[in-house]
Design a protein around this ligand. Structure first.
Ligand code: LMR
Length: 398
């Protein structure tokens, strides 16, 4: 049976963790996976999360099956984060939110449902995009194409290229957009640019799929939702995948949500019935623990405020690391202007390092990054930043 099975390549991101874990060098640094570490290099347990978890354990609640679509309070909280508390679309019964197994799980449920609705649709992702976008939509049976996004010459956005490509897509193509903190480049659209993109998507009758995995890591929870709110204002039907892995520092709990904006209450009822079938046939219903914690934080004003504050702390520390990296690269003799790193938002920096330089960072300095040159700035800290800046300067110079 398995004789003809070929060895698959390592996952470009999670595979790095495997390599990193197997590396015995004590000074190793993992800038690969998108995980926030504190200044001591530890994944934090947020106080808001801890308090909700203690309450959960003390309640000693039974763990029956959740509804297929998950915890109602969780879904309401997730919906309000992306669309706001007073969304007219929610009031009109046009929004559905389903607890999902992380942002990836939300994308997959959405992808499987779209495949059912528009089997021949093409899926357009940014060039470059999160490595798993292409793989996930291809595995769901779609042809995946790129639209221009990053301009290496400016370390910014190829906005005209992006608009032209979107205009040329056939109607009912799916367009995957990073609502904030673009992964891997850290390059985001301005509100004005979002407005234009949303208009093209509407006029061309495309299907927007907004992926928001880093809400709170750009400018703040509300500010980072502005692209989603803009699509909502234009009254567009859309898919939104959200992740709480990073914002709650609950990576292993697989806490995400899929939100769908439909055309009417009646459509919502029918769509929900179908998406529930997708969920039921994939994993039946979501797990309780992480979802309960997130739901408690989102629905308890005191804990919500604490969480928001902790999120701001993470965001500010990343900003500090960006600034220090730029300064330290210059101090180590790097002539190229790296100030673009400070303009990028979220956890990542598309550093401009080549795949060969990334290999050297790993082999010679025990520093791991994604072969595209993406580094996770959120893994830098006051103890490793000097070593990283020196090593980066070294592989760039020689
Ligand atoms: C990343 O891009 O590193 C994260 O989103 C983790 C993942 O699942 O790839």
């Amino acid at each position: 049976l398995f004789q003809s099975v070929e060895l698959a390549p390592r996952d470009p991101i999670l595979g790095l963790n495997e390599q990193f874990n197997a590396d015995t060098r004590a000074h190793k640094v993992n800038l690969g996976v998108g995980v926030y570490y504190d200044d001591n290099g530890k994944i934090p347990l947020l106080s808001a999360v801890h308090q909700a978890e203690v309450a959960r354990v003390e309640a000693a609640a039974a763990r029956g099956y959740l509804p297929i679509e998950g915890i109602a309070g969780y879904n309401k909280g997730a919906q309000e984060l992306v669309l706001g508390k007073n969304s007219p679309l929610v009031a009109a019964g046009r929004v559905l939110t389903m607890q999902a197994l992380g942002g990836t799980g939300a994308l997959k449920i959405g992808a499987d449902f779209i495949k059912q609705l528009v089997p021949g649709a093409k899926v357009a992702i940014s060039n470059p995009s999160w490595e798993n976008h292409r793989a996930l939509f291809e595995r769901a049976g779609f042809e995946v194409i790129n639209y221009p996004y990053y301009d290496p010459a400016t370390h910014g956005l190829d906005f005209q290229g992006m608009l032209n490509a979107l205009r040329a897509l056939p109607a009912k193509s799916v367009v995957v957009l990073h609502a904030c903190c673009h992964n891997p480049t850290g390059v985001d659209l301005t509100n004005e640019q979002w407005r234009e993109v949303a208009k093209v998507i509407k006029d061309t009758n495309l299907i927007p799929f907004l992926d928001i995995a880093y809400q709170g890591f750009g400018d703040g929870l509300e500010q980072d939702a502005s692209a989603v709110r803009l699509f909502a204002e234009l009254d567009m039907t859309m898919f939104i995948s959200s992740s709480f892995s990073k914002s709650f520092s609950l990576y292993g709990e697989r806490v995400g949500a899929l939100t769908i904006v439909t055309g009417s209450q009646d459509e919502s009822n029918r769509v929900l019935s179908q998406v529930k079938r997708v969920i039921r046939t994939n994993y039946s219903n979501p797990p309780t623990h992480g979802g309960t914690i997130v739901s408690t934080v989102l629905n308890t004003p005191k804990l919500f405020a604490l969480w928001d504050q902790e999120l701001a702390g993470m965001r500010e520390r990343i900003r500090l690391m960006r600034r220090q990296l730029v300064e330290k690269l210059a101090q180590n003799g790097v002539k190229e202007d790296f100030s673009f790193v400070m303009k990028q938002r979220g956890m990542f920096s598309y550093s401009g390092l080549t795949a060969a330089q990334v290999d050297r960072l790993r082999d010679e300095h025990a520093i791991y990054a994604v072969s595209s040159g993406r580094i996770c700035v959120a893994a830098l800290n006051s103890h490793n930043i000097d070593v990283v800046a020196k090593a980066m300067a070294n592989v760039m110079k020689t």
